[in-house]
Design a protein around this ligand. Structure first.
Ligand code: CTP
Ligand code: CA
Length: 229
């Protein structure tokens, strides 16, 4: 059923957003995960929707809900499932924003029964690399599509973020600064620097994730404008 988007600077645009952590199963009751709350990705999805876009939000396990009817929510658990959902939506997407905190590794095999506590032996969990979703989409990107990533860094943050932008063929990367308290996982605020593939760098102050979402979407609107000039 078609949803007729409201007026806004993203009217008629299709947007793909990933959000939240991924859970990588160890056995039927345990997983490897991370502390991502999904708040940043959900805020970006809502911001795009409020500005007229048709949004597909591919979300790992979080305790958030979607408010706008212009957001189609696709719930996934693992990185592999997230990649599959993204591959489906990406070809039709004008703009894709990778906010998810994708687990870099997954257990090599999932035990089909609960791993029991043993007397002496400590279990060993062998890991395999997960697919890099942003990098995969970056390699499939067509002319005119915009791909945006996030980066979480603790040191050499600008160099590392630029390196990630290039390695994944992104048009823009949003660097999460962990230097300032009140920024990052689990909090309601964030402090970001937006860097673009053509060398632009804008540092924003500490603000609510809603306000950061507006800044990020404004920056993407700026990229779009440059493309069409
Ligand atoms: N990303 C992804 N798939 C992965 C890992 C990361 O799509 N398997 C995306 C994230 O959503 C983010 C960007 O890539 O947009 C950077 O994620 P990050 O974890 O900071 O970078 P990595 O490339 O995984 O490098 P590292 O964790 O070693 O810093
Ligand atoms: Ca990572």
């Amino acid at each position: 059923e078609a949803y007729f988007a409201a007026e806004g600077d993203f009217k008629g645009k299709k947007v793909l957003v990933t959000a939240g952590p991924t859970y990588e199963r160890i056995d039927p009751v345990r997983f490897i995960g991370n502390f991502s709350s999904g708040k940043m990705g959900y805020a970006i999805a809502e911001e795009f929707a409020s500005r007229g876009a048709e949004v597909t939000l591919v979300s790992g396990p979080v305790s958030l809900s979607v408010k706008s009817p212009a957001i189609r929510l696709v719930k996934v658990e693992s990185a592999r499932q997230m990649l599959q959902a993204c591959e489906e939506a990406f070809p039709q997407s004008d703009i894709s924003v990778m906010c998810a905190a994708v687990a870099d590794y997954a257990p090599a095999d999932v035990a089909d029964r609960k791993i029991k506590r043993e007397r002496d032996e400590v279990p060993v969990i062998n890991l395999v690399k997960n697919p890099d979703i942003a990098k995969t989409l970056g390699s499939e990107k067509r002319y005119g599509q915009i791909l945006v990533g996030f980066a979480l860094e603790t040191d050499h943050e600008f160099e590392n973020a630029v390196g990630k932008m290039q390695a994944k063929n992104l048009d823009m990367i949003v660097l999460n600064s962990l230097r300032d308290s009140g920024a990052g996982f689990g909090t309601d605020t964030n402090k970001v620097t937006v860097m673009t593939a053509n060398g632009g760098r804008t540092e924003f102050g500490l603000k609510s994730k809603q306000a950061v979402a507006a800044d990020v979407v404004d920056s993407i609107a700026g990229l779009l404008q440059k493309q069409t000039v």
